[in-house]
Design a protein around this ligand. Structure first.
Ligand code: GDP
Length: 208
């Protein structure tokens, strides 16, 4: 086995430990604000739950295909004692009333601005639509707090390699201009493309 594979095996083990801890509609009810955590954001249907499941190698950890936007919950997964993954509520489902969208902004504003243990944000973006205004808004949140960001270009299996690489190039050029420290990882949950790379990027956020 090569050194890189050994590291990947360790990382797979690290993320496989993820366990559901709790969910809450209020950032003040989250576990104690100590240690490190990474938040996952994405428009509804972007593939956020599938990405969390692929990274943690668990089929049912983040429920896929839930009724979109029904509950605005922060879902907490523990990674051992002092590290967490936070599944932020999906955003932008058309049927959600304006008031719910406002609540979403308030919740995310408060969470991102006040949460000391937040080490970085993963933005899951469908490669066929990246970047969306939503993604740009999340990048702005990262900028506002000097946080690192990882963009997972999800559903990469839906595009041929040429167009997928072209999108990745464009996304990298845009984030470079914004000046946010960001990676853009080509990702496919069913094919497991980018899973090892995503784990490495997340581990860097947790360990920095
Ligand atoms: P969420 O609303 O962002 O949590 O999105 P989900 O993870 O529930 O995914 C929405 C839909 O897209 C589901 O039907 C998934 O099976 C599908 N999906 C998610 N990720 C991928 C992917 O990488 N490739 C393909 N082909 N489908 C995906």
């Amino acid at each position: 086995m090569h050194a890189a594979e050994l590291i990947d095996t360790d990382l797979a083990r690290r993320f496989r430990r993820a366990q559901f801890l709790m969910s809450t509609p209020q950032h003040t009810k989250l576990p104690d604000d100590v240690g490190r955590e990474i938040a996952f954001a994405g428009r509804s249907n972007a593939g956020k739950s599938s990405a969390i499941n692929a990274i943690t190698d668990q089929t049912g950890l983040a429920r896929t295909s839930k009724t979109p936007g029904r509950t605005q919950q922060l879902v907490v997964f523990g990674l051992g004692e002092s590290e967490r993954l936070i599944d932020l509520p999906g955003y932008g489902y058309a049927r959600v009333p304006l008031a719910v969208k406002r609540d979403w902004h308030t919740l995310i504003d408060l969470y991102v601005s006040e949460r000391k243990s937040l080490a970085g944000i993963v933005v899951v973006s469908d490669i066929r639509h990246a970047l969306t205004d939503f993604d740009r808004q999340m990048l702005a949140y990262c900028q506002s707090r000097d946080l690192r960001c990882v963009i997972l270009l999800s559903k990469a299996d839906k595009l041929n390699r040429g167009p997928a690489m072209e999108t990745q190039r464009k996304v990298l050029a845009e984030i470079d201009e914004l000046g946010v420290p960001t990676e853009a990882v080509m990702f496919s949950a069913p094919n497991k493309t980018g899973v090892a790379e995503a784990r490495r990027a997340l581990a860097l956020l947790l360990d920095q």
